[in-house]
Design a binder for this molecule. Structure first.
Ligand SMILES: Nc1ncnc2c1ncn2[C@@H]1O[C@H](COP(=O)(O)OP(=O)(O)OP(=O)(O)O)[C@@H](O)[C@H]1O
Ligand SMILES: [Mg+2]
Length: 150
């Protein structure tokens, strides 16, 4: 487990960008934290780091959005609307086993569908408007190494 303090939106984007440079096909990043904590902002950084030029829109209503124009495909998922179930019907494992990078917001609502190995990042707001505390929790050797390199 590793904790990081980020002092601005720009720092959150930069961290996502840095993480993206070491991502591999089939990697899964799960993001938790309250509304407005910074999960989509961080995903924008990952997308930038993958060289994706399309605008990243929150997939809250579509649940899954795919971006194909980067170094690796990005599968951006938002499980918020699955709070009351339904995750099992989406076939998420096809994304997790695919050639791209999967980023899952509100992953606690799809907990049963997650693979054995992933990087979990929890975003916490603070008293400071722009300050966020991130807790990184890697599952498996590959993600432990990713966190060390970050
Ligand atoms: N350090 C920071 N990191 C990320 N976002 C920040 C930071 N400081 C301020 N913000 C602002 O907080 C908001 C974060 O919104 P964002 O959509 O990323 O949250 P989210 O966690 O995806 O929320 P939701 O659960 O609704 O999807 C943005 O308006 C962003 O500009
Ligand atoms: Mg979001």
């Amino acid at each position: 487990m590793k904790q990081l303090t980020l002092n601005s939106r720009e720092e959150t984007i930069a961290l996502g960008e840095r993480l993206a440079t070491n991502l591999q096909p089939g990697d899964v990043i799960v993001l938790n934290g309250d509304l407005g904590a910074g999960k989509t902002t961080f995903t924008k950084g990952i997308a930038r780091g993958l060289g994706i030029s399309e605008v990243i829109k929150s997939p809250t209503f579509t649940i899954i959005r795919e971006y194909q124009d980067g170094r690796l495909p990005l599968y951006h998922m938002d499980a918020y609307r699955l709070e009351n179930g339904g995750a099992a019907d989406l076939g998420l494992d096809e994304y997790f086993d695919g050639d791209g990078v999967s980023v899952v917001e509100w992953a606690q609502f799809a907990a049963d569908e997650l693979p054995d190995e992933y990087l979990s990042i929890t975003f916490q707001r603070t008293d400071e408007d722009q300050r966020r505390i991130l807790t990184l929790n890697p599952q498996g050797e590959h993600f432990t190494k990713l966190v060390e390199e970050l």
